[in-house]
Unconditional design. Structure first.
Length: 134
């Protein structure tokens, strides 16, 4: 069961990332008195895009991570940590980066880590799926 606990750690962290980003949208809308959408306000638009971008990338990563955890022992424990940590750190960096200047280390590094997590998780799933067939 250790594998599911590892996956739960990263699932929980990423859910909290989504929640924090959602609160940033609410705060931006309250601050700028925006009822719907971004109201043409750049700060609100950045907060909305940071949340939306995380909502686009986090779910698939977490589904893959949980599936890897369930494929015990085909997927090594280090792969769960590597995939989960790169996804989590990548999403934190990207969320911070989108809420600041146009192009910065947070956005670039966050996206690179997210892509790396997808490669790790996706590759691990293919490997684990094939290992079960042999």
């Amino acid at each position: 069961m250790v594998r599911l606990e590892v996956a739960a750690l990263y699932v929980g962290a990423n859910i909290l990332i989504l929640l924090a980003l959602a609160f940033m949208v609410v705060r931006a809308r309250q601050t700028h008195k925006i009822v719907l959408g971004d109201g043409g306000n750049e700060a609100a638009l950045r907060a909305i895009r940071a949340h939306a971008n995380a909502a686009e990338y986090i779910p698939a990563g977490l589904v893959g991570l949980v599936l890897l955890a369930l494929l015990d022992p085909a997927a090594p424990l280090w792969l769960l940590h590597a995939g989960g940590a790169t996804l989590t750190i990548g999403r934190i960096l990207h969320g911070i980066g989108l809420n600041t200047s146009a192009l910065n280390f947070g956005r670039m590094g966050g996206m690179m880590l997210t892509i790396l997590s997808y490669l790790l998780i996706g590759g691990g799933l293919i490997y684990a799926g094939l290992a079960q067939q042999l």
